[in-house]
Design a protein around this ligand. Structure first.
Ligand SMILES: C[S@@+](CC[C@H](N)C(=O)[O-])C[C@H]1O[C@@H](n2cnc3c(N)ncnc32)[C@H](O)[C@@H]1O
Length: 208
């Protein structure tokens, strides 16, 4: 189910055509591989939120081949660092090529690992954490990620409307993960959360 009418979705895309040649190439690759990237509408939001928070340290949980990281690089402080994580070696080597083409290889570190393991390490505090891992893991990510955010930092979580499946009454394990996450992020006194119905739903939780 599309959250927005296709005509409105097309309208939004027509307002923000992708100009950057590297991002454009990545969007074509994502289409070809049917790989779920956040896309230009949410990419622009990531860049905007990095600028708003004057972010210097960003952690991505589920980086794929680097599309969301390139959007962050456009808004992060010039001396900032983006720590990418993904379980796939293939994604890591594609990302390395794209980071080189975008000339941001000095700004990015990419670890092939279980993304949640980074949340268990002593990795310091982050200005922004992007949560885009497997959906059944979302509640665990919430509990582990919020303590690693600076005050005023953001947990940004993708796919929180899950193509409308969040209101299923007989939900799959992935849907249950997102439903629990949404409830947690609205009920927790540690954050102030808004779920934006952009693309597949993006939740922005501000650490209080
Ligand atoms: C939706 S894609 C990420 C897309 C990326 N954020 C973008 O928009 O460019 C999700 C990625 O998370 C990875 N992933 C899912 N669960 C993971 C986990 N627990 N640890 C590491 N990687 C994980 C998958 O391999 C996949 O590449």
């Amino acid at each position: 189910m599309n959250i927005l009418k296709p005509e409105l979705n097309d309208y939004l895309h027509s307002l923000t055509p992708t100009q950057d040649p590297v991002l454009k190439k990545m969007e074509l690759l994502a289409d070809k591989k049917e790989f779920p990237i956040i896309g230009p509408l949410v990419g622009r939001l990531l860049c905007q939120l990095a600028l708003l928070t004057k972010a210097k340290r960003i952690l991505e949980l589920g980086s794929g081949f680097g599309y969301s990281a390139i959007w962050f690089s456009k808004g992060i402080h010039p001396t900032g660092q983006i720590l990418c994580t993904d379980g796939s070696n293939e994604n890591a080597s594609l990302a390395a090529q794209f980071f080189k083409q975008a000339q941001i290889e000095n700004m990015v570190q990419y670890r092939v690992c279980d993304a949640l393991s980074v949340l268990n390490q002593d990795s310091g505090l982050f200005d922004i954490i992007l949560n885009d891992v497997d959906k059944h893991e979302y509640p665990k990510v919430f509990s582990l990620a919020v303590p690693l955010l600076k005050k005023g930092g953001l947990l940004i979580t993708d796919n929180t409307l899950w193509q409308g499946r969040v209101i299923d009454t007989n939900p799959s394990p992935s849907t249950v993960g997102i439903q629990r996450f949404n409830k947690l992020s609205y009920e927790s006194p540690l954050v102030l959360t808004t779920l934006l119905p952009l693309r597949d739903g993006v939740t922005v939780s501000l650490k209080l």
